[in-house]
Design a protein around this ligand. Structure first.
Ligand SMILES: *Cc1c(COP(=O)(O)O)cnc(C)c1O
Length: 399
């Protein structure tokens, strides 16, 4: 008997797609996605092998190019994002690298926001120029700065929003318009917003990338990444770059990510709700001098945040009264919240950006991004928000 279609063809909502879309069932009809730990695929005949290689027989060839479990993850991500297609990678950094270097050439120019994840900043500031791709870093919130940075050879704009760690918001639609006028493509690293809270492609971006290590796994287990965009881009330059350079996602990690996607919407909605409560608690606390949370009325870009995102964030950033000594005393006194540089986990995690994630930047570069020694970044997990607030409250008493 023929397999029943996995989903009806009518339009479905993200939570439904995140549970079902892309599932390929083997002849066993397994309910949960199969984990295909195989490097290669056996052909029925030499003729079939030939046809597979000249693309006249659709199917798998080698797991560096594609694998059924990885393919399920890619299809499900594309469906959730509203992209034509997607390719998964071994890490978020492999995704960022491929989303730029798969199609930008020597002699081209990249404009990027200054507030980038450290390794992303390395790609545009140090790596790309070694291969003849120059870059200009701008204040991402300043639309005139994007316009002024454009050169005749500008091919790509690159940004993250909300930014790490200060949760600044950049106007994706306006920046996409500037990019397109200049004949450039906009690439958005959408990690902090998640595919649930922000849809860069719908706002005008051309390419979206993720570290799936963060909210998509969501339980601190495996590394992974994904790049999404048009069919032309994904099956053209992106596919070629990934296939030939080889940063493939392991099928095991893809399987973990697929299970993560099933609960992504539930998790991030709950985490953002708790983050909002925690931001309100911190804002009222006498030992906290400033809170950064995109959906709070005191956030300088709250209107823009509400326009382009459907929820604040699962992260809260704040400045404690004092400096490094006070920030360290507070972090050290936390009992439920763990000290680590990761984010998007079911466990609440705290980071002191100045001495960890942003340690490599010069003090001036940190100051320019508003990162002080009194600043802490909290990734809110799935614990009961009342327990988290109590943990924060007790630790603040210790300062
Ligand atoms: C973590 C992160 C990355 C890199 O992802 P990995 O999976 O660690 O390689 C890139 N961009 C942002 C915004 C991130 O938070």
């Amino acid at each position: 008997m023929a397999q029943k279609p996995n989903l009806p063809s009518r339009k479905l909502k993200p939570a439904t797609l995140a549970v079902h879309d892309g599932t390929l069932r083997s002849q066993f009809g397994e309910t949960s996605e199969g984990l295909f730990l195989t490097q290669g695929y056996v052909y029925e005949s030499m003729e079939q092998a030939e046809a597979r290689f000249n693309n006249t027989d659709p199917g798998f060839q080698y797991s560096r190019f594609s694998n059924p479990t990885v393919s399920m993850f890619e299809k499900r991500m594309a469906s959730l994002e509203g992209a034509d297609d997607a390719r998964a990678t071994a890490t978020g950094m492999a995704a960022v690298t491929a989303s730029l270097l798969s199609w930008v050439n020597a002699g081209d120019h990249i404009v990027a926001a200054k507030a980038l994840f450290g390794s992303c900043r390395y790609i545009v500031e140090d790596l790309a120029p070694r291969f003849g791709i120059n870059s200009t870093l701008v204040n991402g919130a300043d639309l005139d700065a994007w316009r002024a940075a454009v050169k005749p050879n500008t091919k790509a704009f690159f940004l993250e929003t909300p930014t790490n760690p200060t949760l600044e918001i950049y106007d994706i639609a306006a920046i996409a318009e500037i990019a397109h006028k200049a004949g450039a493509k906009l690439v958005v690293d959408n990690v902090f917003a998640t595919p649930i809270f922000q849809k860069p492609l719908a706002l005008g971006a051309d390419i979206v990338c993720y570290s799936a290590t963060k909210h998509i796994d969501g339980q601190g287990r495996v590394l992974g990444g994904v790049v999404l965009g048009s069919n032309e881009f994904v099956s053209g330059p992106l596919q070629m770059f990934l296939r030939q350079t080889g940063p493939s996602l392991s099928p095991f990690n893809a399987w973990v990510m697929l299970k993560g996607l099933e609960t992504l919407a539930l998790r991030v909605e709950r985490q953002a709700e708790s983050a909002g409560k925690i931001a309100d608690f911190l804002a009222k606390h006498p030992k906290v001098t400033r809170v950064y949370y995109p959906f709070r009325e005191d956030h300088p870009q709250v209107k823009l945040a509400k326009k382009q995102m459907s929820s604040g964030s699962t992260l809260v950033c704040f400045n404690i009264k004092g400096a490094k000594k006070e920030a360290f005393a507070f972090g050290g006194a936390l009992e439920i919240v763990k000290i680590t540089n990761n984010l998007g986990d079911a466990k609440s995690l705290i980071t002191h950006p100045a001495t960890t994630t942003h340690q490599r930047l010069t003090p001036d570069a940190r100051a320019e991004l508003g990162i002080t020694d009194a600043m802490l970044r909290l990734s809110v997990g799935l614990e009961d928000p009342d327990d988290l607030i109590e943990d924060l409250d007790l630790a603040l008493k210790n300062v």
